[in-house]
Design a protein around this ligand. Sequence first.
Ligand SMILES: Cc1cc2nc3c(=O)[nH]c(=O)nc-3n(C[C@H](O)[C@H](O)[C@H](O)COP(=O)(O)O)c2cc1C
Length: 217
Amino acid sequence: MRAIIIYATCEGQTERIAHRIAKTLTQHGVPTDTFDVARNDVYPLAVESYDAVVLGSSLHFAEHDPRIAWCIGENRQRLTEIPTAFFSVSLGIVSEHYKDRAEVQMLADQFLQEAEFEPSLRACFAGSLRYSKYGWFKKRLMHWIADKSGRQTEMDRDYEFTNWDAVDTFAADFATIVHNTRQTNPPVTNSPNAMMGNTDAGNDQSAAQRHPSMTTQ
Ligand SMILES: Cc1cc2nc3c(=O)[nH]c(=O)nc-3n(C[C@H](O)[C@H](O)[C@H](O)COP(=O)(O)O)c2cc1C
């Protein structure tokens, strides 16, 4: 049994969250790989060899990354057969204004609807403000957006708003879904090891075989 987290990140916060989910899933008995669609070519990615998939994207200018929607489209059949989850990363979700928080949730729902994808679990996580990584214009734009959402920030330092307990809970909940699904639909295998209770035997592949660029937890 193995899961993969496919994510899209610009300044790295979605990647941090993806790696944390992978670590927690692995600790809960679901070994998990991670894969960044921004840095790697998705064509050789063998999604069909996984038993569970988590997709994650940050929000930029009210848009989730289209490469995640593309991955959903390319693997539609497999994604209907296994447990799946989706997480969105944004700043709007920690705004002091209800309207901003509702808008982020609406954008996540809309993204999933347009991709015709109904994950078993979904969540919106707070991201970060990486002023140290932004250029002159982006720095001021993000400062203005933060100000509008009720957060006084200084441009000479970075801010992280992610609630790591919420991320861990999401991962633990997904691990439960994966284990429950596996109990309901045990894998069909002819391997004699299955008789010994090792249901992964003969069903596992090395991460390098699945894709050369993935990280394994
Ligand atoms: C140029 C830019 C545009 C952004 N647009 C939005 C937005 O429309 N709504 C929102 O809630 N957050 C927005 N954010 C905040 C990001 O979602 C947040 O910084 C997140 O942590 C980025 O995740 P990443 O580092 O994985 O790309 C924006 C950030 C940047 C830099």
